[in-house]
Design a protein around this ligand. Structure first.
Ligand code: COI
Length: 331
């Protein structure tokens, strides 16, 4: 059995190397992304590991079948960029890492909200200009806010715990409510109800074809004036054009975006000295009340170690037993 791992960063290498040594299984580490250009490198390997927001198309799984790759193990949770039907059709099992660290993402989303409501980036800018005045950037306390959590899977629940710790009122919406939270009466009955009540809306749901641009013009119209929006989930959930309009009108007081609908050409790339070609993103970057981060909510040492080890163990389990706890169910 031998594996090849793509998109491997320096900070992942020691975990790969230790696992490989301990398990006596060869793991070839490749820094490149898994694309049509790098695909031929998988020939001769039983398992392929990857971590990227760019797409994994049908042609990739057809190639896997031709050269005998049995398992495709992603080191992250989201599967929205994978042609799962093609994986199934070509007999390749896909595994993910459903819970590498829900807290990593939940903590980051709260961190970003705290920055927004206490105007820290505005004050940093003011200080750089030697403007040490307070007004008009008075902050808000979380216990004075109603936080609307959309998506109450592992990450959403970790976020709820943290927000409750700060004394915020938390409401939530999920198509598949969690029984314990339901018993606690946290859920509202619809997106619209959540939009109408929340001072903060934080997204913790997966992206599907049906929820593309869930947060768009119609949704913004139903929200409170001065709402804060946090997205550490998927960029496609937000219609960026509509968000820009809502920011300009003051409907949205601030947004923290760790994901962006066209991020794969931007995030985790070194574009220093280059012109940003995406006009929408350029405009987002110019907004004082938008905090952009390059999809790093997950990026903690705990999460990185779990992503590497769980994905490797999944690939090994599929090769040895034909299955793993983390196999993605494909309907
Ligand atoms: C995920 O786990 O799906 C993430 O969003 C992390 C990212 C590195 C792809």
């Amino acid at each position: 059995m031998k594996f090849i791992a793509f998109n491997v960063r320096q900070d992942e290498q020691p975990y790969f190397e230790n696992w490989s040594r301990q398990n006596q299984i060869e793991v070839k580490l490749v820094a490149d992304a898994l694309t049509a250009a790098s695909l031929k490198q998988v020939d001769g390997y039983d398992g392929v590991l990857a971590l990227q927001t760019g797409s994994y198309p049908a042609a990739m799984f057809e190639h896997f079948k031709r050269c005998g790759v049995k398992v495709f193990a992603i080191r992250n949770v989201g599967t929205d960029n994978i042609d799962l039907a093609a994986a199934k059709a070509n007999g390749v099992l896909v595994t993910n890492v459903p819970a590498y660290s829900p807290n990593a993402i939940a903590e980051f989303s709260v961190t970003q909200l705290m920055q927004l409501v206490r105007n820290t980036t505005i004050f940093r800018q003011k200080i750089a200009e030697q403007d040490f005045r307070w007004a008009p950037h008075v902050g808000k306390e979380l216990r004075s806010l109603t936080v609307g959590v959309i998506g109450t899977g592992r990450i959403g629940r970790a976020a709820i715990d943290i927000y409750r710790g700060f004394g915020a009122k938390v409401i939530a919406y999920d198509l598949y409510p969690n029984p314990q939270l339901q018993a606690e009466g946290i859920y509202v009955d619809s997106y619209d109800e959540l939009f109408a009540q929340a001072d903060v809306i934080t997204l913790h749901m997966p992206a599907t074809a049906t929820d593309r641009h869930l947060i768009g013009e119609k949704a913004f119209a139903k929200m409170k004036a001065g709402v804060y929006l946090i997205n550490t989930a998927r960029g496609t959930l937000i219609d960026t054009k509509a968000l820009l309009a809502a920011l300009k009108s003051g409907k949205v007081a601030g947004a923290a975006l760790d994901t962006y609908e066209n991020e794969s050409a931007l995030f985790n790339h070194d574009l220093r000295g280059q012109k940003i070609k995406d006009p929408l993103f350029k405009e987002l970057m110019q907004q004082q009340n938008v905090l952009i981060t390059p999809h790093i909510a997950f990026y903690t040492t705990t999460a990185v170690e779990n992503m590497v080890l769980i994905s490797l163990n999944s690939a090994k389990s599929v090769c040895e037993k034909g299955t793993a706890d983390t196999v993605v169910k494909i309907r």
